[in-house]
Design a protein around this ligand. Structure first.
Ligand code: MV4
Length: 586
């Protein structure tokens, strides 16, 4: 009990549910917590939970959590000894990890060299090949011409998949089904690599059909101990965004678990890894397993592993960052029961999974046996268009897969979220679908209009607002401290008259954007990934016009009515701002 804490104080360079998740472990370990926040996050739950909080204001709000100097200044001001990056933002930025260490702080994560190695997909593939870790057949060096791709096609057969060397997570992937397609796919993959990662290098893999995404959680300390905590099945995805994760995988038995666990441990050792990490792999229908990439961070879906292992992964990250041994051998790892996580995103499945920012007017979380909710929202909270639309994770644990599905459906039925559309109805539809219940890959089901329609039916109406929005506004007041006059900025609830004025302004702006014309405008700031129509095309209502990427999410922009595409004003890979014209439907 009275043991000395691992650290006195830790800064979490993140927001939302993961910041809160880390603060909770810090509190259990009697470690002080330091939050940082952007201007729109001033009233956020993570800010109020921490012992102290520092503003990152100043820079564009969307980028506040990426400003290394401000984060280090907050760590200094708060007297933090260590920095936990969470996931996203700077979590896999080797330069940030190195800057933290150079500032004399402890980085709660892997060595910068391991982050860098895994950031280059070709370097990582080479290192894995040398270590005897199975990689997807293909090249371990960038390919420089379409002719090279054709040669590989002749050697290992089609289809092939071109991937960005600096990529990951599916961005910039292009399939090649025959020699004729090589040139166009090569050029387009290069273009996307350059646009997203400022690196046009691409490499080639054999394209595996209908694989499962099966990843293995590993833990490594600085004393040569590496263990795995079993797998997570993340096959249910949409546009490379995971939606449901579970463990154990319905496709992995004891023998396969031992085999892929050993592969993951070998991979972590070869990377010189320390901390919690994930080996992402593909499991082919014939049972072969291949390394795909390594995620050098705590992941969104770490929760399901925590439930079946009984371990606190954030505590173990802190422990090994403090230089302690894991204190855990492979034989000590006991995996019990079945856990499932559903990502509760503020998105509309009937509208191409487009984010639905706005005010959460009513909010009640499920609870009861075997239910865990990791969230950082409450009634009155704003879902900002600036950030990832994931507002919560609902995780359940039960004795087996069927019991876990039943428990998840029960918990989803208890969830009440008012004011914004969410994926609650979608998950109820998916988990009651025979394909999911049979443990299949559900290819094509996730995005089907049938499932979207069923999701709409199953979405729970949370009813009237429970509380008014709790926006805050700044008010400058003068106070005296020890007889000295100082001006302080006080954050007070937005007065009623200001709220009314703001609502009127917002309504007017929305009316102006949709207007009476048939202009289609971008619903968000981002990058045009792909344009699916051409000038003069006859289109149907609901047809996809283009894909706009923002916050690492791909969003479909669809036609609101049937007609003809005129004044098409976008090309692939151009930046686009909110409200900017895409085309007109004539
Ligand atoms: C693949 C693949 C097939 N063959 N690579 C990469 C990023 C990740 N989000 C999915 N990725 C894939 N890489 C080769 N060589 C298929 C996918 C894939 C996928 C894999 C498993 C389960 C669902 C998937 C959905 C889309 C793409």
């Amino acid at each position: 009990m009275a043991q000395r804490p691992l650290f006195r104080k830790v800064l979490v360079a993140n927001r939302g549910e993961i910041a809160l998740r880390i603060f909770r472990t810090l509190r259990e370990l009697s470690i002080g917590s330091v939050a940082v926040y952007s201007d729109p996050d001033r009233a956020a739950v993570h800010v109020r939970y921490a012992d102290e909080a520092f503003s990152l204001g100043g820079a564009t709000s969307a980028e506040s959590y990426l400003v290394v100097e401000k984060l280090l200044a907050a760590a200094r001001a708060g007297g933090a000894e260590a920095v936990h990056p969470g996931y996203g933002f700077l979590a896999e930025n080797a330069a940030f990890a190195a800057a933290v260490e150079e500032a004399g702080l402890v980085w709660i994560g892997p060595p910068p060299s391991a982050i860098e190695l895994m950031g280059s997909k070709t370097r990582a593939r080479r290192a894995m090949q040398v270590a005897g870790v199975p990689i997807i057949p293909g090249t371990t060096d960038p390919v420089r011409s379409p002719e090279e791709i054709v040669r590989i096609g002749e050697e290992i057969g089609y289809p092939l998949l071109i991937k960005a060397a600096a990529g990951g997570g599916g961005k910039g992937m292009k399939t090649v089904y025959s020699a004729e397609e090589a040139e166009q796919a090569f050029e387009s993959a290069q273009r996307e690599g350059a646009a997203y990662f400022a690196d046009s290098s691409v490499y080639v893999e054999r394209y595996l059909e209908d694989p499962r995404h099966v990843e293995v959680q590993v833990l490594a300390d600085g004393h040569g101990n590496v263990v795995h905590l079993g797998e997570r099945d993340c096959t249910i995805q949409r546009r490379h965004q995971k939606l449901v994760e579970e463990t154990p995988s319905p496709a992995v038995d004891e023998e396969l678990r031992a085999r892929i666990g050993a592969i993951a441990v070998d991979a972590a050792r070869a990377a010189g890894y320390r901390s919690a990490g994930t080996i992402e792999g593909l499991l082919a229908p014939d049972g072969s397993y291949y390394f795909m990439e390594m995620n050098t961070r705590i992941q969104v879906e770490h929760t399901v592993t925590e439930l079946v292992s009984g371990l606190d992964l954030v505590r173990l990250q802190l422990l090994v960052a403090a230089g302690e041994p894991l204190g855990l051998t492979q034989e000590d790892v006991m995996l019990r029961g079945h856990a499932i996580e559903c990502r509760i995103n503020a998105e509309d499945p009937s509208n191409g999974f487009l984010p639905t920012p706005g005010t959460i007017t009513a909010y009640r979380e499920p609870s009861g046996p075997g239910v865990r909710v990791d969230s950082a929202v409450e009634a009155g909270a704003e879902v900002s268009p600036l950030y990832d639309p994931m507002i919560a994770k609902l995780i359940v644990h039960a004795v087996d897969r069927d019991a876990a599905i039943a428990r998840m459906l029960r918990a989803l039925g208890e969830y009440r979220i008012g004011g914004v559309k969410t994926l609650v109805g979608f998950h109820r539809a998916l988990l009651s679908h025979p394909c999911f219940q049979a443990g299949e890959t559900c290819l094509g089901i996730v995005e089907s209009p049938e499932l979207a329609a069923r999701a709409e039916e199953l979405a729970v109406d949370a009813g009237a607002p429970a509380v008014a929005g709790q926006r805050t506004v700044e008010r400058v007041s003068a106070v005296e401290v020890d007889g000295r006059r100082v001006e302080v900025k006080v954050l007070v609830p937005e007065p009623g008259y200001r709220e009314l004025a703001r609502r009127r302004r917002e309504r007017a702006a929305a009316a102006g954007a949709s207007g009476v014309s048939d202009a289609v405008v971008s619903p968000m700031q981002g990058t045009v990934l792909d344009v699916k129509v051409a000038e003069g095309d006859a289109i149907e209502a609901g047809q996809v016009l283009c894909i706009v990427e923002a916050m690492k999410m791909e969003n479909e922009v669809t036609a609101h009515r049937a007609g003809t595409v005129v004044d098409l004003a976008v090309v692939p890979l151009q930046p686009i701002s909110i409200g900017q014209a895409i085309c007109t439907i004539g």
